[in-house]
Design a protein around this ligand. Sequence first.
Ligand SMILES: [Zn+2]
Ligand SMILES: [Zn+2]
Length: 95
Amino acid sequence: MVVAKMSEGQDTIVGMMKVCPMHEGAFDCNPFCRICEGEQEYEYTGFLPCNRFGHCGNNVEEDIWHEELGFCVDCSNLYFDQQLDPFTLERLENA
Ligand SMILES: [Zn+2]
Ligand SMILES: [Zn+2]
């Protein structure tokens, strides 16, 4: 019997290049992409910046980043509590 190793439990290779998660294969990132800066890939460190870049400076573990749709946990909570502007991601005053 062959035991295939699934993605869970894979060793983490720090320093390898990974496809930028902001475009997911569409290769449409531009120099303003804060993860890859238009390179379409980025150096894997295990962390990604929270999507509220400029409002929140948190780096997020990649697993969490994907789970929380690109936010850190704090911003994800704000977002799903509708306390953030969906376009600018600024915190709403009157939410
Ligand atoms: Zn990108
Ligand atoms: Zn955040």
